[in-house]
Design a protein around this ligand. Structure first.
Ligand SMILES: [Zn+2]
Length: 415
């Protein structure tokens, strides 16, 4: 019985199809020849047209067709240069395959689209292609560093330190730009947060783009702030409110530990047990507390009025950051808050007050435009997932390429 057939265009420029067949394992083998004439001499760079036979037959992976893997099979043409000494020959370069790639460019792009928000293992399994072949596509098609020509303006830059592996001192710094349309773009991955490392990166930004940066969002590290002050003199430094909140939450947490230690000694064991889970209850937003957590906090606060006071003060500061205040209004409110801390007699915020004093302007700068690095909002979670998925991310170049692909892959490779 004759099976129904369809004809599909190959959509590769400058080739002729000589033969198509389906091999024993059901793969489609398409034999083609290039109809393009000439190539560029590998030695002198001139265009050459003198034919000089063929290379060996080569077979490269191409896009799947109706669920079948497909391959292009062809003999690359060779050309001879009559100008260069010794008349060297050059294999013809074609637009649809990068030299020595085992894939057509279309197949590389297909793999990269599969790789967006996924893992190399996963794509390798689904496509039945070796791990290194997927990695090869990433290395061929995604640049290992930023292409500055892509951007006309940068606006807000984020410097964010992330730990690559929990419990290890394996930190890298992710540099992002929050572009005008709220898109986050990755600009670089730095090996550490040292001032010199950051300066070196900032110097690599072309002058025309440096002028378009108006804000840098970062954490409270001298390496960041000093590098920015030296290299981007006109720029406003903003401490991400996320980092500020982490610092004052730390104060409350210290007091909680201290108070629970006291209560463990003073309370009967059964009563003390009821206070389990207080860490998370204290960290949650009041509005999202469950009824049990509310009861837990009420109990805890009855035993520790100090903790209640500290908790309320912490909430007040969060509220200040939540409000759309002018810089001047925020300054007044935060000064009043500091006064209340002093009157309370609490010492648990001492370290935070110190930090607040040292980074006063940078922390207050948040109220100018309420900016953050965008990384903190969007990319941080993405990266957490990426880290879980890939244990091969200790290569900074690959990390850059994977983040770039996750951010831009759909735009670049989907249609
Ligand atoms: Zn030549």
């Amino acid at each position: 019985m004759k099976r129904a057939q369809v004809t599909v265009p190959l959509d590769i420029p400058d080739v002729r199809v000589l033969q198509t067949e389906i091999n024993k394992v059901g793969e489609l083998i398409i034999t083609i020849e290039s109809t393009k004439e000439g190539t560029i001499c590998r030695q002198c760079g001139r265009e050459i047209h003198k034919r000089h036979g063929y290379d060996e037959w080569t077979t490269i992976r191409h896009l799947p067709v109706f669920g079948r893997p497909s391959y292009l099979r062809y003999r690359p043409r060779r050309y001879q240069c009559l100008e260069c000494e010794g008349h060297p020959t050059t294999t013809q370069r074609v637009e649809w395959r990068e030299s020595n790639s085992p894939h057509s460019m279309a197949y590389d792009d297909h793999l990269l689209l599969q790789l967006v928000n996924s893992t190399i293992e996963d794509v390798s399994t689904k496509e039945v292609v070796a791990y290194d072949c997927v990695l090869g596509a990433l290395e061929r098609r995604i640049s290992a560093s930023v292409d500055w020509w892509q951007y006309t303006s940068l606006g807000v830059i984020g410097l964010d330190e992330i730990a690559l592996k929990k419990g290890h001192r394996n930190f890298v710094v992710i540099v992002t730009a929050r572009l005008a349309d709220d898109q986050v773009a990755i600009l670089g991955v730095l090996p550490d947060r040292q001032k010199d490392t950051v300066i070196e990166f900032l110097r690599s930004i072309p002058e025309r783009l440096k002028r378009t940066i108006h804000t840098v969002c970062c954490d409270m590290y001298e390496g960041f702030s000093e590098a920015v002050r030296e290299e981007l003199k006109h720029v406003r430094i903003v401490i991400d409110r996320f980092h500020v909140a982490r610092a004052y939450r730390g104060g409350l947490d210290d007091l909680r530990k201290q108070e629970l230690g006291r209560l463990k000694k003073e309370l009967p064991a059964a009563e003390y047990k009821l206070l389990k889970g207080s860490l998370w209850a204290l960290r949650k937003k009041p509005a999202s507390l469950s009824p049990e957590e509310r009861r837990l906090l009420r109990l805890l606060f009855r035993y520790s009025p100090q903790l209640k006071q500290a908790y309320e003060l912490q909430q007040q500061l969060t509220t200040i950051f939540d409000q759309h205040l002018s810089l001047a209004a925020a300054k007044t409110k935060i000064r009043a808050w500091i006064k209340r801390i002093a009157q309370s007699g609490l010492r648990c915020f001492d370290s935070f007050l110190n930090t607040l004093g040292r980074w006063w302007y940078e922390i207050l700068n948040y109220f100018v435009n309420r900016e953050n690095s965008g990384f903190v909002e969007g990319l941080n979670n993405k990266l957490k997932v990426l880290k879980r998925r890939c244990y091969g991310l200790f290569n900074l170049k690959h990390l850059f390429q994977r983040i770039f692909l996750d951010l831009e892959g759909y735009r670049l490779f989907a249609g």
